[in-house]
Design a binder for this molecule. Sequence first.
Ligand SMILES: Nc1ncnc2c1ncn2[C@@H]1O[C@H](COP(=O)(O)OP(=O)(O)OP(=O)(O)O)[C@@H](O)[C@H]1O
Ligand SMILES: [Mg+2]
Length: 308
Amino acid sequence: MDVLPFKLPRLLVVGDVMLDRYWFGEVSRISPEAPVPVIKVQHLEERLGGAANVARNAASLGAVSTLLSVVGDDEAGRTLGRLLKEGQIDANLHVDSEIDTTVKLRVIGRQQQLLRIDFETTPSHEVLRAKLADFESRVAQSDVVVLSDYGKGGLTHIAEMIRIARAYDKPVLVDPKGDEWGKYYGATVITPNRSELKEVVGRWSSDEELAIKARKLRGDLGLEALLVTRSEEGMTLFAEDTHHQAAQARQVFDVSGAGDTVIATLAVMIAAGADWAEAIRVANIAAGIVVGKLGTAVVSRDELAAAL
Ligand SMILES: Nc1ncnc2c1ncn2[C@@H]1O[C@H](COP(=O)(O)OP(=O)(O)OP(=O)(O)O)[C@@H](O)[C@H]1O
Ligand SMILES: [Mg+2]
């Protein structure tokens, strides 16, 4: 039985990329300089983050994955370029010497995160504007567009991107950030987690109240669907009908990147013509697999097929 798409879907992913860096080591003493542990770094790992992780998830599921983004003219930007190439992602990285590539460095000792260090700058000017023409030509060659907004400035023109993609009749999936969602007007689906949604519609105290808020938001933003990812509560999709999937009961090691897996899987399923119910069923199973892995991990097509 293969409910996964047969034809290779073509995904265009646009958004903020970042480099996830991990330093693993041994902690054996407290520093004589300050009351902090001293870690002797034994190995490091580097992984694609943000929109790059969405593109990587899609490629891992067998999609033809294209990424459009901006990096700084720095070592982290070049590392991202190399990792994307290794991950067989067709990356179009615009190098902007005025920005720093976002890096999230985690220091891990004895299986425990001791510290996270973020390197990032808010761009002082509009990045990706020059990329709109590029965007349009790539949209035409894609089945589905994913806009992965991490609020780092790479999607200043998101409203225009949605308009262009919809003009080509391509489904647009958006992972939102921030509290101004008017710019997502006309997207096919947006995929907030609970706290992102709460920031925009306020808190809810029952599923009924959530449904009312979701229905209103869906109308206000002209969305076909609203997918709320609810961590250990699974996910609920509000469209013409409502579809809920309970979280897969399994050991949870690391939830970071689960949202990226969800939107990538959803996009692959939609590109293949699945309906909403089937698409979120598979996305939820993929998320259940990925939270059982350490770090910003991905699910392979074979793993997913086995789980289905
Ligand atoms: N603790 C958990 N137990 C079981 N499943 C989980 C858990 N956390 C996440 N998941 C699965 O992953 C999906 C997405 O998780 P979540 O709602 O936390 O997204 P997110 O906050 O965008 O994730 P992230 O930003 O870390 O990538 C959930 O809908 C669920 O299927
Ligand atoms: Mg998320």
